[in-house]
Each structure stands twice: as structure tokens, then as C-alpha cells.
Design a protein around this ligand. Structure first.
Ligand code: 4AD
Ligand code: MG
Length: 477
């Protein structure tokens, strides 16, 4: 007999027919009611065991966490809380779960505890909902670009260039770590390494995406990126996924328009397709916020926040305007910022970004035209000679969710920049070629996938929106 997913059974009930489901026991009450979940939806199906008496042996095995196959008749439910239930005719236990050992019991577990059980935490409602939303978001992202004429481009994961400067890198090497071959100067001789040079895991696919945009027109990457920064925050991972569109003939305004439209579009998709999970996550967040002081609670519920993003225009201001706002802000005057804003040129910290978004504008903000000094070498220099065509999108509760720019397409300007920064021109020979042959204005941005999942699910810690998080001192599983 073909078995059905619980989602199917709840959507198109095969009333009064014999059905088969497979799933895991969430709870077992009164030796009679099994709440079964198979991951297809947040909802469980109630299975009512009406045997005269259950065999002692079987009874013992039907515990939280056990995997069961249940055959029975789908009937309208007598009890409250569900429309249909299964009158059980037969139970097959695929595998039991000893209650003395199984860590995921039906009670509240702390997020910290669940992180240590990352292989089992997905069996909780919260993590299953988050991961279903994550999957839907990935789909929406691909769908958006594919519909809009972008080609999916696979940037290399192992890279020989260290020029992006987006963060510290993880070295990839097969050299003997105890006795590596040395040069005459006593340094490690990477010429003898696997690739004949020093290589690392990529921090971004942008530079390679630029090459592809200059032939395919519009491309995007969607893949893992790696940063060996020692930042133990709720918004940083050492391995995270990034989406990087790159477009030929786009200027900064086109770039900002695309980013805003893209974000609105993928969030709309979630609102339309993940309702059950979002309702659950919204309630979870409300419960969590009740434990916080009033001032820290958000004014909007999760779904309200998502709708707000879709329905409102993002504020766009220059870095220079932002600095003026910050300089004159209450927390700055009252010396509440850990990093006070005194002058133009200061790098913005997350406390400043969050002030702008959460307190001042109460709206997503796109900051653009940053000082050249605090941004990457490839960003296009403005006429003023001191700012570059950079843009960051700042989100409430998250801070920076997108970073991007119009790229420097002028060979002479780019070369000068590289030289002043002391970057080796040879290393970037192919990147400079793009400016030598058929150069054109072009732009792109990078969106941190997990930061968007965090925003969409209301999860406070980025470690709880990726299946097996990698952070400093942590690569279990
Ligand atoms: O601002 P970033 O460093 O920009 C780039 O890498 C550019 N090459 C993008 C481009 O123009 N193609 O990173 C882009 C985004 C950030 O805005 C943030 O959302 C996310 O990636 N991000 C991280 N997410 C999780 N953990 C980290 N350690 C992250 N670092 C950046
Ligand atoms: Mg950035």
C-alpha cells in the first residue's frame, strides 16, 4: 500500500479510507493517542489506538522519538485540535527510542542544549519549521533569478586568489603539517603543495562572478563561503551561504533597485507558501519575547514584520547623511555608543546600523556612497575622489543583510587603487583583463543567506538557522 505524507492526509483527507503513514512519535498519551509527525508539515496527525489491549512489548516501544508505520482508517476527529485522525488497525515499529536515553523529550529544551544535539534537534517543531522555511527561501531565490534572466553560476570553492579582502581565509593544503617543505628562507614552500601555490576556501564568489557577468550579462552565485574570523556573535558563521548576483551594464541605482525588489519578492514567496510554519514561528517568538524586558520587545509580530518589508519602500541615504544623523543622535551625545561617532570616515558598527534601522527610521535602510577607505578595492570611485559606489542594506534585528557596489570598471583607476593598497597586480591579472577587454559598468551584491533566514524566522542566533553550524571552536557533526 502506498503511504501518504501527513501533509497530504491533512490537505486532501481520504475520509473513511484505509491509509498508511510513517513518522516519528511526538507524544503518546493515555496509552491511546499517538501524535505522529513525519516532517512534511508542522502538524502532527493523531492516531487513536483502540485495541482492547496493546501488547506489553509493543506498548513499551511506542515512546517519543520512535519511528512507526501506522495503518488505519482516516476518520473525522472526535477530539478538538484536529479535523481528522487515524483509527489505528496496525502498528509496525521501525525503531524504538529509549526514553531514558532519547534527548528530545516533549518539554522545553534550551537552544544551547539543542545545538549540542544538532543531529536530533531537527525533530523539534522549531527547527523543523526553520529548516522548511530555509528550503522554501532557497527555492524562491533561484526562482526569482531564473525568472528574471539570470544564469546560475558556480564559483569555485577553492580559490587561488586572496584579493577580495572580505575576511580571513581557511587554508587548503595537503602538505605534511608537521614537516612541511621549506624554501631557502625557511618559509613553507607552497610550490610543493597540491595546487603548486597557496590556496584557500573562498570568502566570496564575486570576482569570478564578474568574469561571467561580462559574458552572460546577468549571473548569480548561491553557494557556501568561508571566513576564518574569530567573531563569536549571533550573526557570524565561519561557513555560511551567500547569494551574489552580478550584472553587466547596471549602475549603483539599478543595483539597489534589484536588491530591494529581490528581497521583497522572496519574502512574499514565504508569506504565500510557508503560512503554517510562520504562524508557529511567530507564536514561538512571542513566547520568547515575553521573557524579555518591555524595551527589548519588538513592536511587530513576525508576520507583520515580513509584510512590512514587502509593503514599504526601503529608505535610501548616503553614508554622509547617516553620519550626520548618528553624530546628533541621543545615544551618541549621551555617550551610549561603545564606538562614539565623532567624524566622517568612521566605520559603522552594528550598534550604529541598528540605531538607524530600529530607532531612527524604523524601516530597512540602504546606505550608499561610503568612504573609499573603509570599503573594498573593487568599488567604483565617485567624482569626489573620496567615496565609492558601495551600498549596504540594513535590516531590523539583523543589521547588515546585503553588501554590494558598482564595480570599478576603469583600468587605470583600478590599477592605481591596487597599487596604493599594495596588492600584487600579478595576482589579479585575470581580473584586470576584464577591464582591458570590453569593459563596461557593472554591479552586484551579496546577501547572507542565513541572515535572511534569521530575519524570516525570527530566530535570535544564526547558529539556529543552519543545519550544522561552524563557528570558532565548533565543528562537531
Ligand atoms: O559584505 P560582504 O563581506 O560582501 C561581499 O562578500 C561581497 N563580495 C558581496 C558582493 O558584492 N558580491 O558579505 C555579504 C553579506 C553580508 O552583508 C552578510 O549578510 C553576509 O554576507 N555575511 C555573513 N553571514 C554570516 N556569517 C558571516 N561571517 C558573514 N559575513 C558576511
Ligand atoms: Mg559587508
Amino acid at each position: 500500500m502506498k503511504s501518504h505524507s501527513i501533509k497530504e492526509l491533512l490537505q486532501t483527507p481520504l475520509l473513511n479510507q484505509e491509509v498508511e503513514v510513517n513518522g516519528w512519535v511526538r507524544t503518546f498519551r493515555s496509552n491511546r493517542f499517538i501524535a505522529l509527525n513525519d516532517g512534511s508539515t508542522i502538524d502532527n496527525i493523531q492516531c487513536v489506538v483502540d485495541f482492547e489491549e496493546l501488547e506489553e512489548d509493543l506498548l513499551k516501544k511506542i515512546a517519543t522519538g520512535a519511528a512507526l508505520q501506522i495503518n488505519g482508517i482516516l476518520v473525522e476527529s472526535q477530539g478538538r485540535g484536529q479535523s481528522v485522525e487515524i483509527q489505528v488497525k496496525d502498528i509496525f515499529v521501525h525503531g524504538g527510542a529509549d526514553p531514558d536515553e532519547y534527548p528530545i523529550q516533549p518539554k522545553k529544551h534550551s537552544m544551547e542544549f539543542l545545538r549540542e544535539q544538532a543531529h536530533l534537534r531537527i525533530r523539534t517543531n522549531t527547527f523543523a519549521a526553520v529548516m522548511r522555511v530555509r528550503s522554501a527561501l532557497a527555492y524562491a531565490i533561484h526562482a526569482y533569478f531564473q525568472k528574471n534572466g539570470f544564469y546560475y553560476f558556480h564559483a569555485p570553492i577553492i580559490t587561488g586568489s586572496d584579493a577580495e579582502g572580505a575576511g580571513e581565509m581557511f587554508r587548503v593544503s595537503t602538505l605534511d603539517p608537521i614537516k612541511p617543505p621549506l624554501t631557502d628562507k625557511g618559509e613553507v614552500n607552497y610550490k610543493e603543495d597540491f595546487f603548486g601555490k597557496e590556496t584557500n576556501l573562498t570568502v566570496s564568489g564575486q570576482l569570478e562572478a564578474e568574469a561571467y557577468a561580462m559574458a552572460l550579462g546577468k549571473v548569480y552565485t548561491f553557494g557556501p563561503t568561508f571566513r576564518a574570523e574569530n567573531s563569536n556573535t549571533s550573526r557570524h558563521l565561519a561557513e555560511f551561504w551567500m547569494i551574489e548576483p552580478e550584472m553587466a551594464f547596471y549602475d549603483l541605482k539599478d543595483n539597489m533597485d534589484l536588491a530591494e525588489d529581490f528581497i521583497k519578492n522572496i519574502i512574499s514567496y514565504l508569506l504565500e507558501n510557508c503560512e503554517r510554519d510562520l504562524i508557529f514561528l511567530e507564536k514561538r517568538l512571542l513566547d520568547e519575547e515575553k521573557t524579555k524586558p518591555m524595551a527589548e520587545r519588538s513592536e511587530m509580530s513576525l508576520i507583520e514584520r515580513l509584510k512590512f518589508i514587502v509593503e514599504n519602500k526601503f529608505i535610501r541615504i548616503t553614508y554622509t547623511e547617516a553620519i550626520e544623523i548618528l553624530k546628533n543622535s541621543k545615544p551618541n551625545k549621551k555617550k551610549k555608543f561603545q564606538f562614539p561617532i565623532n567624524e566622517w570616515g568612521a566605520d559603522l558598527q552594528s550598534e550604529h546600523e541598528r540605531f538607524l534601522v530600529e530607532k531612527h527610521f524604523k524601516c530597512p535602510v540602504i546606505l550608499f556612497d561610503y568612504p573609499a577607505k573603509i570599503k573594498a578595492f573593487y568599488m567604483r570611485l565617485n567624482e569626489d575622489g573620496k567615496t565609492v559606489r558601495a551600498m549596504d542594506i540594513l535590516f531590523p534585528g539583523i543589521g547588515e543583510i546585503v553588501g554590494g557596489s558598482q564595480r570599478e570598471e576603469r583600468l587605470d583607476v583600478l590599477k592605481e587603487k591596487i597599487d596604493t593598497l599594495g596588492i600584487d597586480e600579478e595576482e589579479l591579472w585575470w581580473y584586470l583583463d576584464l577591464r582591458k577587454f570590453g569593459t563596461a559598468i557593472h554591479s552586484g551584491f551579496g546577501m547572507g543567506f542565513e541572515r535572511m533566514v534569521q530575519f524570516a524566522t525570527g530566530m535570535g542566533n544564526i547558529r539556529d538557522v543552519i543545519p550544522f553550524p561552524r563557528t570558532p571552536q565548533n565543528a562537531e557533526f
